[in-house]
Ligand binder design. Structure first.
Ligand SMILES: Cc1cc2nc3c(=O)[nH]c(=O)nc-3n(C[C@H](O)[C@H](O)[C@H](O)COP(=O)(O)O)c2cc1C
Length: 204
């Protein structure tokens, strides 16, 4: 991966906001450039699951997240966009990126990407990654999955999208919720081509 290119990271309104935040934390700590888009519907989830307050003010989102992660020193590497900002960088195929991660992704966002109905910046950015043949990784969060969800996910997979359900490999012997989160984030990063040692790998 070209380290000079930014990575688009989107967080949509599914349970598991922490997975998106921990992915962001790892990437910023390791000096990746990030273009972050958080769905407006996810603000409620950020507050209810993490006590993290967000609103429709880009600077407020950026400051609050960097403070939450204690990573104020990484401000230069983080660009924040609202999901209503279709003029944003990731909206155009001519803006080069290393690809996009959606962590977690709601079934609504999965469905919209699968149908090409680009009604917000997250969906538009994913649509651009698919058409430009760039890496797109989606972490779908729902259980159980209906045939509609599965068909939409199959359609994405058939278009080259990497589907990474947030499930834990118990062979890694997790002892805490943090271990489970690190396993999932480690797998996400592995599949995006980012080396990490966030979890205990299988080795005999
Ligand atoms: C607390 C809460 C948790 C939710 N969890 C999920 C979830 O895990 N998966 C999902 O597909 N939708 C979930 N939803 C529903 C989505 O938020 C809803 O479909 C929303 O329209 C998705 O918006 P977005 O795709 O623009 O982010 C949840 C809603 C709330 C309020």
């Amino acid at each position: 991966m070209d380290r000079n290119l930014p990575i688009i990271l989107a967080i949509s309104a599914a349970s598991g906001f922490i997975l998106g935040i921990k992915t962001l934390e790892y990437l910023l700590e390791h000096d990746y450039k990030i273009e972050l888009i958080i769905s407006q519907n996810a603000y409620y989830i950020a507050e209810s699951e993490l006590g993290l307050i967000l609103n429709n003010d880009r600077d407020f989102i950026k400051d609050n997240i960097l403070k939450f992660l204690n990573l104020e020193n990484k401000s230069e590497n983080l660009k924040v966009w609202l999901d209503s900002e279709f003029h944003a960088n990731p909206s155009s195929g001519s803006y080069k990126t290393a690809g996009m991660l959606i962590v977690p992704s709601s079934m609504s966002t999965v469905a919209a990407i699968a149908s090409g109905y680009t009604s917000n910046l997250i969906i538009r950015s994913a649509d651009v990654c698919i058409k430009e043949k760039r890496k797109l990784l989606v972490v779908p969060r729902e259980t159980p999955l209906s045939s509609i969800h599965l068909e939409n996910l199959l359609k994405l997979s058939n278009n080259g999208v990497i589907i990474v359900p947030p499930t834990v490999g118990f062979y890694s012997e997790p002892q805490s919720l943090d271990d489970c989160i690190n396993f999932i984030v480690g797998k996400i990063l592995d599949l995006f081509g980012i080396d990490n040692s966030l979890y205990k790998r299988w080795s005999l």
